[in-house]
Design a protein around this ligand. Structure first.
Ligand code: HEC
Ligand code: HEC
Length: 220
């Protein structure tokens, strides 16, 4: 190859690398934090329109799918929705479908996240979700009261202060899968202290807690 050709190629590669770096930096700069989202005042009407993207999987009512693969999100606390959404975007919570759905191209900036979260939080909590078999229900209720209720609430209603997720009315299989994901370290966004609480549980306890929560109704 002629020397001048080679020199062209070198320059071309440099230009491509620099452009890629600039694009990455711009992408990062646009990535909103939880605090950015909280600072916006939500437009619920716009959130309803934006929710069309989410409805494809989570359903128009936010009930997810009863088989438990897609969680119910209706009525979840605004702060919890925001934190989970930002976690998927930031790569600290893993799921190819959600990572794609939460990308900038799909969901825009902090304002869009604030809008859609406000809309989802106002949807009535899901009824008729998938429940467990009842086999370990009593055990689950007892262990839940001892180890989880202080934070997640006596009826699994969660708390908006501290962004503690509502777990009541969630699909049984989804809850079980989340517990497993924590145990197998696929939820790096959850703190080590939380992972430790979960690691202390035996399989029947996990099953029973998920069953208890799937039947819990936290009202509104
Ligand atoms: C292509 C399907 C798909 C689309 C579209 C989608 N989601 Fe999801 N979503 C999922 C799946 C699957 C999960 C569960 C991921 C996991 O197991 O960790 C999830 C999880 C979530 C969670 C976490 C729930 C929890 O209990 O922790 C929230 C919040 C959420 N989605 C909100 C949204 C919003 C808001 C939109 C629209 C902007 C959206 N999703 C679009 C499939 C989707
Ligand atoms: C000290 C308070 C505390 C205790 C005790 C606690 N949790 Fe949590 N839990 C949280 C908070 C806060 C989050 C949200 C963390 C985040 O996503 O940033 C959470 C998240 C979760 C999630 C993930 C929800 C989702 O899909 O995003 C599950 C499932 C869960 N907890 C179950 C349990 C169970 C079961 C117990 C009892 C064995 C328990 N927790 C005990 C505070 C607590």
């Amino acid at each position: 190859m002629a020397t001048h050709m080679r020199r062209h190629l070198v320059w071309l590669s440099i230009v491509v690398i620099v452009l890629a770096a600039v694009a990455t930096a711009l992408g990062r700069a646009q990535e909103p934090t939880v605090a950015d989202v909280r600072a916006r005042s939500p437009d619920v009407m716009r959130g309803e329109r934006l929710y069309a993207v989410c409805a494809a999987c989570h359903g128009v009512d936010g009930a997810g799918r009863a088989a438990g693969e897609i969680p119910a999100i209706a009525g979840q606390h605004v702060g919890v929705l925001t934190r989970q959404f930002v976690a998927f975007r930031g790569g600290v919570r893993w799921d190819v479908r959600m990572e794609h759905a939460s990308q900038i191209r799909q969901m825009g900036d902090a304002q869009a996240i604030a809008d859609v979260a406000a809309y989802v939080a106002r949807l009535p909590v899901t009824q008729g979700n998938q429940r467990g078999t009842g086999e370990h229900l009593d055990l689950g209720a007892r262990v839940y009261a001892q180890r989880c209720a202080a934070c997640h609430g006596a009826r699994g209603e969660g708390r908006s202060i501290g962004d503690v997720p509502r777990l009541a009315g969630q699909h049984h299989a989804y809850l079980q899968r989340q517990f497993l994901d924590v145990l197998e370290q696929r939820r790096p966004g959850l703190s080590e202290s939380h992972a430790r609480v979960m690691r202390g549980l035996a399989q029947p306890e996990i099953d029973g807690i998920a069953d208890f929560l799937s039947r819990a109704t936290s009202g509104g």
